[in-house]
Every structure is written in C-alpha cells, then in structure tokens.
Design a protein around this ligand. Structure first.
Ligand code: BG6
Length: 470
C-alpha cells in the first residue's frame, strides 16, 4: 500500500548538542548539566562513556552533514549548547569562537540543502547556573535564559526560521529531582515543580521576546508525548488515573504552551500536596499572552496507567504515582534493548488529541526512533548495517501519522531520532539510533546504514510503502 504526505510535509532528523558535539574547545568552566550527571555518576553510564567526546560531531560536522544530506534529511533540528555559546554566565557574553562554530554549522546545513531548525536547550543548563542559583528554580536563571535567547536570535535569526525553546523540559526535573533516578538522585518534589514552572515561564518569556524583536518565522517548544492510555477506557478509576498522569507528564507543559494556562487538576493536586510554586498574576498574564506558533512532539512509547491499587506510604515524598499505578499490559510489543513499548498507532491518537483538544495547533514529530544494541551483528559483507527493523519501525509510525494527516491533523513533519549514533543519558552508546553509524571501536568512522537509503527515497518523494492499509 502506497502512502503519500502533502508537499509541505518535511522529512528530517534531530540531534542534541550534549549527545553529539563533544566538549572540545570549551573553556574549563563551560560545563553543562549532563556533564555533571556523568562526572558525578560515571559508573552508572554504559562503559563510563559520556558527553566529553560523544560522537565528536564538533570536529566531524562537515563530513556528517554531507552524510545527512545523502540520507535524505531535509530539515535538521539541533541545538546550541548554552554552556558553550555563553562564556560569562553573569554578564551573558557570547563566546565568539562558539558563535562562529554554530554559524558555520548553519551555513553548512544550508549548503547541503538542509533547513536548519534551532532549539535553545536540550538540558545544557550551564553548571555554574545550576550550582549558584539552582537552575530554573530561580527567576534569575529564567531571565538569563531569555538573555541568551536574545543573543542567539541576533546571531542566527537571518538564517533560522524555526525555533524551539526547550527539548523535553520535564525530563531533568522529573528524573533528577522528583523520582531520583538520575544524578543528583533526589526526591524533592518542591524543587522539581519550581524547576518545571521556571521552564514554563522561560518559554513564555522567550516567545514574547521573539515577537517583540519581530523575528521572522515560528517559535515553540518540544515536549515528550506521554500519551497516556488507561487500562480500561470504561472504568472511571482508570480514567481518573490517566487524567492525573496526563496532567503531570504532558499537560503541565502542553497546556501552558498551547492554551496559556495550567491544567486545573495539576494545580489542585499540587495545592493539596502543599507543593504549589510561586505563581503570580504577572506569570498568569504572560502565559495567556504568549502561546506557541508550533509544537514539537517527541514520541517513543505510550504511558499505560490504571487506578491505584498498590498502597501509598505517606511518609515518602510526593510523586504523581500517589494517584495511579503504571499498567504493564500483557502481550505489549517491546523494543527489548531500550525496554520501551512499540505502539505506532499512538501517533494517530496524539494527532487526533491535538486536533480535537488543542485547537489543531501546528505541530511535528520532533523525535521518534528505535535504539538497538549490538547493531554490528547486522552488518553485511560490504560492511553496511542492514537495519530493516528501523525501516519497518519508521514505515509503521509514518503510516499511522499519514492517516492522522489525511483526517485533518495539522502535522507538518517527521524527524527521526537520530541523524547519527550518539551518546544517550546513562546508556551512552549502548543502543544505536542513527541513520549514520559511528564506529567507536574504529576511530569514530562514519558509515551510512541501510535505513539511510530508505530515508532518502522517502524524503525525495514524500511517499513510502507499508504492508497494511490503515
Ligand atoms: C528523548 C531525548 O527523550 O529520548 C533524547 O530527547 C534521548 O535526548 C532519546 O536520547 C532516546 O532515549 P535514550 O535514553 O535511549 O537515549
């Protein structure tokens, strides 16, 4: 069965500064938050490998971008490493060598026929701002982020017409400060919700600035779609569980970004739990008046929940799991390497939810992908990794997305995670995601995988084949 996307629909890919660039040419104090996570918790990072070298895109970007073009990438979302671009975090002064580097990357993308899309933060909060001010928990840092955004707009606004403030702003506060899974392994919900609010306000303030500066183009934020599915859609307890999960893992950033206010349920629960952050009248007005032009949605797996059945111990710090349990659905299809469910229909459901409940705001799939361990075993005689599983994964997701587009959802693109193999948080190079292989055992040599040819044919025609007629 042949599927076709409209001409304006762009096939692209994505990558994060801290996961790809490496930290060459940075000044000793120019560390970012993921560097702290790695430095302080090295033994938990796969092979103790981390962001210091990553895949060394910093030195390879010309060769890599030429390969991205050969893999059919038409739009490329990457981000500036805030901790590299700025060198005095109090005065917010630009590091000229870093500014030149990002300018060269943008030019190189354009010379290769790839539209550059810039995101301002994929967790690279400067370590200095974390240590001195507790990051986004304080308004000083929110304002410094806005000043940094201004410098980036001035330098690159002539060539970049699509901007995003954050990639997955929920992840660091949730995993580092609420759940304690990642360094500094805290269970301090008050801190986590102050951070999240700081990032919500930072997005609104940067959008306001973008419009005041009369920047050409569009601006938004990239969120991870915790698309929440109740165990039983007809069970009120399961449905309430899903509503809470949705409010805490998706609505708390999505609603302010698109509707200009938080979900009531989120504020009610935080109030009841004594965790309400400082939320002023001025904040409320800023949110109302500065919603996004465009939304990035990262989708990997759904979140399945059910009514709370396990006991909750009130002496433990709050987490949203007080109100629901995760539902381990029997028979679900898994990516065994990453331990994530594979459920492509979710892209259709997300599209319909955005269409029906979020004013059909313009959006795109800003990350989707499949991380696979030991990909070397799929290499053929000519040395090329035969990643047919990735081709199937992409086709199946695109088929559901195409159905959503044909039913009127306002989705304008699909960006694969990732352009190139790179360093994951904690898993480092264990699971590989790229269209381009990085052979870390052989001098970081790059090779296109089989999926790159598939991706090129897809993006040249906006057409692909998938076995089922959905
Ligand atoms: C997304 C992040 O949530 O998932 C990426 O934006 C990350 O930074 C990706 O790499 C895949 O997850 P992981 O943990 O397998 O790298």
């Amino acid at each position: 069965m042949k599927y076709t996307f409209p001409e304006a629909f762009k096939i692209g890919a994505t990558g994060a500064a801290w996961q790809m660039e490496g930290e060459a040419d940075k000044l000793p104090h120019q560390k970012h938050f993921p560097h702290l996570m790695w430095e302080n918790d090295k033994e938990r990072w796969f092979g103790e490998v981390g962001p210091d070298v990553a895949c060394d895109l910093y030195h390879h970007y010309r060769e890599d971008i030429a390969m991205f073009a050969r893999a059919g990438i038409r739009q490329y979302r990457f981000n500036i490493d805030w901790s590299r671009f700025i060198d005095d975090y109090e005065a917010v002064t630009v590091n000229e060598a870093a500014a030149q580097y990002y300018s060269d990357v943008i030019d190189c993308l354009m010379e290769n026929g790839i539209e550059p899309v810039l995101c301002l933060e994929h967790w690279e909060l400067p370590a200095y701002l974390y240590e001195k001010y507790d990051g986004y928990a304080t308004r000083i840092v929110v304002d410094k982020f806005v000043q940094y955004a201004r410098e980036a707009f001035l330098r690159y606004g002539d060539r970049v017409k699509m901007w995003f403030t954050f990639n997955e702003p929920v992840v660091i506060p949730q995993l580092c400060f609420q759940d304690g899974f990642w360094w500094p392994n805290e269970k301090n919900p008050a801190r986590a919700y102050r951070w999240m609010h700081g990032k919500v306000m930072a997005t609104a303030k940067v959008i306001k600035l973008f419009r005041e500066m009369k920047m050409e183009g569009e601006i938004g934020v990239i969120l991870n779609a915790s698309h929440v599915i109740p165990r039983d859609e007809n069970d009120p307890g399961d449905c309430y569980a899903a509503e809470v999960a949705r409010a805490f893992y998706w609505g708390n950033f999505l609603d302010p970004a698109v509707k200009g206010c938080y979900p009531e349920l989120y504020l009610d629960i935080l109030g009841k739990e004594g965790l309400m952050f400082d939320f002023t009248q001025e904040d409320k007005a800023l949110l109302r008046e500065n919603t996004v032009d465009i939304l990035g949605v990262n989708y990997y797996q759904p979140m399945r929940v059910m009514a709370k059945e396990t006991p909750w111990d009130d002496s433990q710090p709050f987490c949203p799991g007080k109100y629901f349990d995760n539902y381990d659905m029997p028979g679900k299809r898994m990516n065994p390497f990453r331990g994530w469910e594979i459920y492509p229909k979710c892209l259709y459901d997300i599209g319909m939810r955005i269409k029906n409940e979020y004013g059909n705001v313009k959006w795109l799939v800003s990350e989707s992908g499949m991380g696979v361990q030991n990909e070397g075993i799929y290499r053929d005689e000519s040395g090329i990794i035969q990643d047919d599983y990735r081709i199937d994964f992409i086709s199946e997701h695109l088929a559901w997305l195409s159905k959503a587009v044909s039913e009127g959802c306002n989705c304008h693109g699909y960006w694969l995670f990732a352009s190139i193999d790179n360093c994951s948080p904690y898993n480092a190079f264990k699971n590989r995601y790229g269209l381009v292989e990085v052979d870390i055992e052989d001098g970081f040599k790059r090779r296109l995988k089989k999926s790159a040819a598939f991706y090129k044919a897809l993006s040249d025609s906006n057409t692909f084949e998938y076995k089922e007629n959905l």
